[in-house]
Design a protein around this ligand. Structure first.
Ligand SMILES: NC(=O)c1ccc[n+]([C@@H]2O[C@H](COP(=O)([O-])OP(=O)(O)OC[C@H]3O[C@@H](n4cnc5c(N)ncnc54)[C@H](O)[C@@H]3O)[C@@H](O)[C@H]2O)c1
Length: 275
């Protein structure tokens, strides 16, 4: 039990990487605050955690809201009396993203394919509202969650750990749409900055930059044969990762196994970054 009786707050805990991380940390003895915009899927995560014999509570969160993030941190304190770990897995690939709505995602993907011959137009046609929402949820949302949770961690004075979910798209511009790649590059810089500023308060801050992982966010790749084929050529291991692969990396960063690590990014990516 690497996290016995510790408390982890997981944004985006309703699905995919966030859910797998919540369950992995619960298996290791943590009690969990599941914070997400989707109540129904979140309740499934809560039930799965409870069936592992740990406690869990759901908090309705729009990652872009300062108030919601503060309420999330407050809930950890009022329900469990402590806050040890934050994982920021809430994220969107485009402004219209709604986890699990494959039709919506296909529409977005196919529209991008229309621009294959004219990438300059793809860039010029980005709507301000799309840009804003992706930055707000992915980057501002990560900042707000870190800020809200760092405060009680500092007061607690014990060994806080923050794990952000960036992406290979933080470093590789081909790994996602423009607002998404910019937001994830921001998450990576924010992680390094916070690692320096929070180190004196005994809080370690690290990022995970996953490659392509089999979640709702990448389900549309399997629907478009050419895109899937091209993608697999970029991954030496030639398959998508599992959410559990990322959960294990998050557990490592939350555990004492990584006690001298801060300001790093781990890339569980099947070998994507081998150039
Ligand atoms: N799947 C991949 O290949 C991959 C690769 C690199 C990084 N990531 C990142 O991993 C994180 C998790 O994504 P995933 O792949 O598990 O997808 P997912 O859709 O399964 O999970 C994303 C979660 O975020 C929640 N969410 C979305 N908007 C929110 C908001 N405004 N407020 C609160 N919650 C919100 C969703 O409801 C969902 O539960 C994201 O940040 C994503 O960018 C994913």
């Amino acid at each position: 039990m690497q996290l016995h009786d510790q408390v982890a707050v997981i944004t985006g805990g309703a699905n995919g990487i966030g859910r797998a991380t919540a369950l992995r940390m619960a298996e290791e003895g943590a009690n969990i605050v599941v914070a997400d915009v989707q109540p129904e899927a979140s309740r499934e995560t809560v039930a799965a955690i409870e069936s592992l014999g740990r406690q869990a509570v759901f908090v309705q969160l729009d990652a872009a809201s300062k108030k919601d993030n503060e309420q999330m941190a407050d809930t950890a304190m009022s329900e469990f009396g402590r806050l040890d770990i934050l994982v920021t897995a809430a994220g969107i690939s485009h402004s219209n993203y709604d986890s699990g709505d494959l039709e919506r995602d296909m529409k977005f993907a196919l529209r991008r394919l229309d621009y294959l011959e004219q990438p300059a137009l793809l860039f010029c046609d980005i709507e301000l509202e799309d840009w804003r929402r992706v930055i707000e949820v992915n980057l501002t949302g990560t900042f707000l969650a870190m800020q809200a949770c760092a405060r009680p961690m500092i007061e607690q004075g014990t060994n806080g750990r923050i794990i952000t979910i960036a992406s290979i798209a933080a470093k590789n511009p081909d790994a996602g749409p423009t607002p998404y790649t910019a937001s994830k590059a921001g998450v990576w810089m924010l992680t390094k900055k916070a690692a320096r500023e929070l180190a004196p308060a005994n809080i370690r801050v690290n990022a995970i930059g996953p490659g392509f992982i089999d979640t709702n966010m990448t389900a549309m790749i399997d629907q478009i044969e050419d895109v899937k084929e091209d993608l697999m050529k970029l991954i030496p291991m030639a398959h998508k990762g599992k959410p559990e692969d990322i959960a294990n990396a998050a557990l490592f960063l939350a555990s004492e196994q990584s006690s001298y690590m801060t300001g790093t990014i781990l890339h569980p990516d099947g070998g994507f970054f081998t150039d």
